[in-house]
Write a protein that binds this ligand. Structure first.
Ligand SMILES: Nc1ncnc2c1ncn2[C@@H]1O[C@H](COP(=O)(O)OP(=O)(O)OP(=O)(O)O)[C@@H](O)[C@H]1O
Length: 878
């Protein structure tokens, strides 16, 4: 501004020419004013000489809230008599910052007047509704105030206050001068306001431009922290701020960036606030998020309103009285919010900063998300590679308990498989860190979980893994899983169905801190595939084993080659007739007859004539098995079912599924097994020993015994109900002595068979030898004949057998003493056993059995019989 023109000597006396010149000069000077400073100089240097007033104040009206407040409170320190201390905390200090309502009588009268109004403060200062600054001035010795309204057009924009300590107040000439210069003064003030606004805008723009330039280089959260700290350092020196982001749950917010400024505070409280997830609807955050402009909070007032939010406490502790909150939005998406310790809101600047912060946060988070997904994919690839190699349950256990946790900090608590009934889930694998073996075995709820359980149903209804809400009920069902997970800091329980295509395989419960849905889905899909591979592999191994067993059995059967029945006599004709009647049905057949009469041969013939002939007939010798193992032999067992059961075994019943099971010597079966056999025959299903799965059976039973089963039933050794079950179609095989007509054919058959097997021409029988055979009683029946011929073929060197050396005893032997002196110990033992067996009618164990008399267990006797080569023919007596 150019220097003001010299006003000459001060005067208030009438001198129209001089007055006009003065007004002209003042008008020119006012027209050139653009800054507050110029106005101050004008008042102190140009107007003051006209009238020695103490000070002037210009106040501006705020139309929005109908108030006015100081705009130019102090024109020149020297001009103020006693009022230089505007910064004091009483009187002026407060008034300078205050806003006064327009609707007071004094102001209304100023607004209504068409020129300056002179008020004697003695009459107004302490009047009710008078502006408080009059009282303050009056107390400081001011007598009069001259007030006039400043206007732009008709619109009042503010007031000029001129104060004087002269008792007589302002002379008329001064009032006239003020009236005259009021329009120019109003225009000058408008100019100042406009240029201040332009400057303000320019500085805001330059601030935002700098900020925006700095933001272009932001790539990471750390970059953002630096730029934001610098910007807020300029905007609000010594202040603090926090930027919060909305968490993935969509209902809470957590600190993203923060700066506490130079304040002192409780570090623990800060840690707590930084770690805490604050619900968006906490009463403060929701107000900020709902507003489209920054909101100013009075910290004390919010605390008094009862908000017990830790960040308000911290804010108070740091000495911040106010808090500005502004929502961070990236387009229409809410990203988070900014809290700033500032007491003056510059809305455009804050909005400019916040929109850029929100965009940067959006980009950084998107970037972080991409990196996270990439790392997840990498981890998933590693997991998938590990899972692909899984073939066995143990390997599956290793990968899901080791690798899964190593990669994703997630543990499979339990993996259930759907049982055959498709209604029950049974634990297949479980994490031993959470459960003991006993927990599983003794907890029926856990062991057998119905798919109709509410939480299980939810899992199967969903195509995606779900986060389980654990309530008291579920918790009981989940074996206190939630407690377990809290103890291990694993906060979430995820559950997912395991499926292969549309087929349900089972369900998995996982515990983890947090894991994204797509990742969880991918993990569960991998587990499903691996489980199905393991199950398929187990099935293959089982079938392979079954095949091996069948194979071994087949080979054994081939070695004994029973494929022909010899005999065309009447008795055998009757047998053939019965076989042809029953063979094609599935009826149970009971073969009765003395030892060696061909019961097994006939069983085989029935099987071969049935539609089951494509599969192997399975044989069980009920007498040759130790009582303790017969059940396992018949029904199989699970691994660990009893001591020594080191691996799963398939029983003869399961082996004979779709085929025929030949129960040889069924009369020797121990009573406990009889019960189980009866159940299987009745229900046509069974479980393996130690197993829980029920196996459906389609087995044809052919039983055989050389005992009189009716007598056994009467004696209480054989169950009547089982007898009825077995005695559906009895076939009685005649003893050889009752079909002597077949002896010649049988002898010829065996001569040819054994001659061939020894590589000789067929050995013949002399007439004498044949007569001998026909005269003999054959206690051991066909088997005895077969053995005799075999021995004879072996020992004779002639092409013809002239004579047989047949045993004398053909009736039950009495207790005739043995001559043992010349025999070796083993032979004595052999003879003694044969002797006792004869006395017991061949019965080995149980009441009246040979083992009891010999004082050894039945098993031991069996093995001795085998070892000493004792055959039934040796001891069978009639
Ligand atoms: N009709 C027959 N034709 C040819 N061989 C026969 C005949 N009957 C029995 N055998 C032979 O006699 C031997 C004994 O037969 P098998 O084992 O079937 O008798 P079993 O009644 O089952 O005897 P056990 O009651 O002692 O088990 C076998 O080697 C069998 O091949």
């Amino acid at each position: 501004m150019k220097p003001f023109s010299n006003p000459g000597r001060s005067t208030t006396h009438a001198n129209p020419e001089r007055e006009w010149q003065l007004l002209l000069d003042l008008g020119n000077d006012l027209a050139n004013i653009h800054e507050k400073r110029d106005l101050i100089v004008l008042f102190s240097e140009r107007i003051k000489p006209l009238m020695p007033f103490t000070h002037t104040i210009i106040t501006l009206i705020d139309c929005k809230d109908q108030t006015y407040s100081p705009f130019l409170p102090n024109q020149h320190p020297a001009a103020s008599k006693d009022h230089s201390g505007y910064e004091d905390h009483s009187g002026y200090g407060k008034i300078v910052k205050a806003r006064f309502p327009l609707g007071e009588p004094l102001i209304e009268s100023v607004l209504a007047a068409d020129g300056p109004v002179d008020f004697n403060l003695a009459g107004f200062a302490d009047a009710a509704q008078s502006p408080p600054f009059l009282q303050v001035n009056f107390e400081k010795g001011i007598g009069h105030v001259l007030m006039t309204t400043l206007r732009t057009g008709d619109q009042p924009i503010g007031f000029l206050h001129v104060y004087t300590d002269r008792e007589e107040g302002f002379p008329r000439q001064f009032r006239d001068i003020v009236r005259m210069i009021t329009p120019q003064l109003s225009a000058a003030i408008s100019n100042i306001i406009r240029s201040e606004q332009i400057l303000q805008k320019e500085s805001e723009n330059s601030f935002l431009l700098d900020f925006s330039n700095a933001m272009t280089g932001v790539r990471s959260r750390d970059d953002l922290a630096l730029v934001v700290k610098k910007a807020f350092g300029k905007l609000n020196p010594g202040g603090g701020y926090v930027i919060r982001k909305i968490n993935a749950d969509g209902i809470t917010m957590s600190a993203y960036l923060h700066d506490t400024g130079p304040c002192s505070f409780d570090k623990d409280l800060l840690e707590q606030v930084l770690a805490e997830k604050f619900p968006i609807g906490d009463g403060i955050q929701n107000r900020i998020m709902d507003s489209h402009i920054p909101l100013l909070f009075d910290v004390q007032r919010e605390l008094q309103r009862g908000y017990r939010i830790s960040y308000l406490d911290l804010w108070e502790q740091m000495g911040f009285k106010t808090m500005v909150g502004i929502a961070l939005r990236n387009g229409d998406t809410n990203v988070g919010l900014l809290l700033l310790s500032i007491d003056r809101i510059n809305i455009p600047i804050l909005q400019g900063i916040c929109s850029q912060i929100a965009i940067a946060m959006g980009n950084i988070m998107a970037n972080e998300e991409i990196l996270r997904r990439q790392s997840e994919q990498q981890l998933m690839l590693t997991f998938s590679n590990q899972m692909t190699g899984v073939k066995t349950k143990a390997e599956l256990d290793d990968v899901i308990s080791g690798v899964l946790h190593g990669l994703f900090q997630t543990r499979v608590a339990v993996l259930y498989l759907l049982a055959e009934d498709q209604l029950t889930l049974r634990p297949y694998l479980f994490d031993k860190r959470f459960f003991q073996e006993d927990d599983i075995a003794n907890h029926e709820d856990f062991y057998s979980l119905s798919i109709n359980e509410e939480h299980v149903r939810l899992v199967f209804e969903s195509n995606l893994p779900i986060l389980l809400e654990i309530d008291e009920n579920t918790e009981a069902r989940c074996l206190k899983l939630s407690i377990q997970r809290k103890q291990r800091g694993l906060t979430n329980v995820y559950a997912s169905a395991l499926r292969l295509g549309d087929q349900k395989l089972g369900m998995v419960w996982m515990l983890g801190e947090k894991i994204s849905e797509p990742l969880l889905q991918a993990i569960c899909a991998q587990i499903s595939t691996a489980v199905s591979n393991v199950l398929a592999n187990e099935q293959i191994l089982l079938l392979k084993k079954q095949l091996e067993e069948e194979n071994a059995y087949l080979k054994q059967q081939l070695r004994t080659n029973f494929d022909q029945i010899v005999g065309s006599g009447q008795a055998m004709q009757q047998v053939y007739r019965l076989i042809s009647l029953v063979a094609e049905s599935n009826a149970t057949v009971l073969l009765l007859g003395e030892t060696g009469t061909g019961k097994e041969l006939i069983a085989k013939a029935i099987h071969n004539a049935s539609e089951r002939k494509g599969k192997l007939m399975i044989k069980v010798n009920c007498a040759a098995m130790p009582a303790g193992l017969i059940e396992s032999e018949l029904f199989g067992h699970e691994r660990g079912a009893f001591t020594g059961a080191v691996e799963r075994r398939i029983g003869k019943f399961e082996l004979a599924n779709q085929s025929t099971l030949f129960l040889d010597e069924v009369g020797e079966m121990p009573p406990e097994t009889q019960v189980k056999l009866l159940r299987v025959l009745q229900e046509k299903e069974m479980e393996r020993v130690g197993g829980k799965n029920t196996i459906k059976l389609n087995v044809r039973i052919i039983a055989a015994t050389n005992r009189d089963l009716e007598a056994e039933v009467k004696a209480g050794r054989f169950r009547l109900d089982l007898y009825y079950r077995l005695n559906v179609f009895p076939i009685k095989l005649p003893p050889l002595r009752d079909r002597r007509e077949d002896i010649e054919a049988l002898a010829g058959f065996f001569l040819s068979k054994f001659s061939k097997s020894t590589g000789r021409k067929t050995v013949k029988l002399s007439a004498n030898a044949l007569r001998q055979l026909q005269a003999y009683l054959w206690p051991g029946n066909v088997r005895e004949l077969e053995h005799l011929i075999e021995r004879s073929v072996l020992v004779t060197t002639d092409p013809m057998i002239g004579e047989f050396f047949l045993p004398q005893a053909t009736t039950p032997t009495t207790n005739a003493p043995l001559t043992q002196s010349d025999l070796p110990l083993e032979e004595v033992e052999r003879m003694h056993i044969i002797q006792v067996l004869r006395r017991c009618g061949g019965k080995i164990s149980g009441v009246g059995g040979a083992a009891g008399i010999l004082g050894i267990p039945g098993n031991t006797l069996h093995s001795k019989i085998r070892k000493l080569g004792i055959s039934k023919a040796d001891y069978y007596t009639h």
